[in-house]
Ligand binder design. Structure first.
Ligand code: AP5
Ligand code: MG
Length: 204
């Protein structure tokens, strides 16, 4: 199964991807995570990428498409989390035979609530929320035990910019997949369990 999951920042793409990967043994491909890893390495390219992420802007599409292609190699079952984010990226993967494009629909107010309380493990893979999805041990990841941190782009001004970028650059991708008949829109305002249940109904 080949899935795409899209939605504004904080809509739950990462949270839902983790659940779907466990259930359906999918490979999780998140350009956001790949790019943050590159930033951590402090390479020349990593320093360039950081400028885009820290200001809430998209990293140039050509680079992101290359990273995703390298990750995906010959994999048959995967979920693309937050990719494609521009029509240019969508066109670059038009022959990938995607089964469903899941669109998590959420308003800006809820996005701010979710992102201001989000904490991620040191590896940047597992997501928590101080109120909505707290870890069992305060400040520690339930899965790998690493300390929980706040993401640098989860500052109020950057969150606002990321939402704007989503509206301008990624909404056209939603329209693109709607026209292709692949789009499944999900109201993402419920609890993670409710949102996940709606998605299972759609894909099974
Ligand atoms: P990326 O890392 O993908 O960030 P994002 O799209 O802004 O989305 P987030 O990861 O912030 O949120 P999410 O939807 O995964 O929500 P989560 O599950 O964590 O990208 C970062 C940057 O990388 C971009 O700004 C850009 O610079 C660059 N980039 C990435 N992809 C790119 C591309 N294709 N092209 C160019 N540049 C790219 O949930 C959020 C919080 O809410 C958590 O605390 C969680 O516990 C909680 N939560 C989740 N679900 C629920 C629920 N149902 N109810 C209550 N709380 C919930
Ligand atoms: Mg994410």
């Amino acid at each position: 199964m080949k899935l795409i999951i899209l939605g504004p920042p904080g809509s739950g793409k990462g949270t839902i991807s983790e659940l779907l990967c466990t259930k359906f043994r999918l490979f999780h491909i998140s350009p956001g995570e790949i790019l943050r890893e590159e930033v951590k390495k402090e390479t020349t390219i990593g320093r360039e990428i950081k400028k885009y992420i820290d200001t809430g802007h998209l990293v140039p599409s050509q680079l992101v498409v290359e990273f995703v292609k390298l990750e995906i190699q010959r994999r048959k079952n995967y979920i693309l989390d937050g990719f494609p984010r521009t029509v240019e990226q969508a066109e670059a993967i038009q022959d990938w035979n995607i089964d469903h494009v899941l669109y998590l629909d959420l308003d800006q107010e809820a996005v701010v609530r979710r992102l201001s309380g989000r904490r991620v493990c040191t590896k940047g893979i597992h997501n928590y929320h101080l109120t909505f999805l707290p870890p069992q041990n305060l400040g520690r990841c339930d899965i790998d035990g690493s300390p929980l941190l706040q993401r640098e782009d989860d500052q109020p001004a950057v969150i606002k910019e990321r939402f704007k970028v989503f509206t301008v650059e990624t909404k056209p991708v939603i329209t693109y997949y709607k026209q292709k008949g692949l789009l499944r829109t999900i109201d993402a305002s419920g609890t993670p369990e409710e949102v996940y249940a709606k998605i299972l109904k759609i894909i099974s």
